[in-house]
Design a protein around this ligand. Structure first.
Ligand code: NDP
Length: 244
């Protein structure tokens, strides 16, 4: 039987490309009302037009707390409630620590950690009041291990793992919390790498075929469509060639 998300109201951050866009498409197809959030308005508009149905979009910067609170409020206004938030927005400007790309460290911490926290804050009070809800955080296999050049990125993704675990324990029996750890997926994520040496070496390092955004979207739909008494804590999903 196809998985259903019928009647669910879902916020997807980072919906303007990659895993977020694929997840929005998949969930809308499965019957969900979807609120698309990201900064690039043209992308959000085009995706909303492509999907049709009950999809809305809101230009949102996940690093801005007030903006994220407004995202939660606007979703409740549009769809009456928020059942699920997929905290997916993220960046990955890899570099060795010795190269001192401090502005990129700050950016990663702001988007990958604070963005997830602000996403949780935008919906948690509402979900606890309703006694129902599902927070899905997108970490990475880099949230389970660390390699050279990924000290800060992995640090942010380990933080997403810890935040997910803490939230799950604090809200046990009330809301569901799922943390997703993708391996290599073919998206625009690599474009956030600006360190010339890392760019030069990245092809050799990830020299196998990546998954597609849709593969991760299928896993997210599985978690959402599973029965309410069934907590899907963690999903690790990677190309079989990817060592870990
Ligand atoms: P993309 O670069 O394709 O998508 C990233 C998304 O994040 C975009 O929609 C971008 O939208 C959004 N984003 C970035 N900064 C902000 C911001 N400040 N506010 C709001 N949105 C923002 O990459 P992926 O789809 O691959 O990445 C999605 C998630 O998956 C990330 O958390 C990433 O770390 C994780 N991941 C990806 C893997 C991969 O191999 N691709 C592997 C493991 C994890 P916009 O620029 O319009 O704001």
């Amino acid at each position: 039987m196809p998985q259903s998300a019928a009647g669910k109201s879902v916020i997807v951050t980072g919906a303007s490309s990659g895993i977020g866009a694929a997840t929005a498409r998949k969930l809308a197809e499965a019957g969900a009302d979807v609120m698309l959030a990201a900064r690039r308005e043209d992308r959000l508009k085009a995706l909303a037009a492509e999907i049709g149905g009950n999809v809305r979009w809101r230009v949102t910067d996940v690093t801005n707390h007030a903006d994220m609170l407004k995202l939660g409020e606007d979703t409740i206004k549009a769809f009456g409630k928020v059942d699920v938030i997929v905290n997916n927005a993220g960046i990955m400007p890899l570099s060795p620590l010795a190269n001192r790309r401090v502005a990129e460290w700050d950016q990663m911490i702001d988007v990958n950690i604070k963005g997830v926290l602000y996403g949780i804050d935008a919906v948690l009070t509402h979900m606890l009041a309703r006694g129902d809800g599902h927070v899905i955080n997108v970490s990475s296999v880099a949230g389970l291990m660390t390699n050279p050049t990924s000290a800060v990125y992995s640090g942010t993704k380990h933080a997403v793992k810890a935040i997910s675990e803490g939230l799950r324990k604090e809200t046990a029996g009330k809301i569901r919390v799922t943390c997703v750890y993708p391996g290599k997926v073919n998206t625009e994520l690599g474009l956030s790498i600006k360190d010339p040496a890392v760019i030069a070496g990245i092809g050799a390092r990830f020299n196998y075929t990546g998954l597609e955004g849709e593969d991760i979207a299928n896993a997210i739909l599985f978690a959402i469509a599973s029965p309410r008494n069934m907590g899907i804590n963690d999903i690790v999903i990677r190309p079989i060639e990817q060592e870990m």
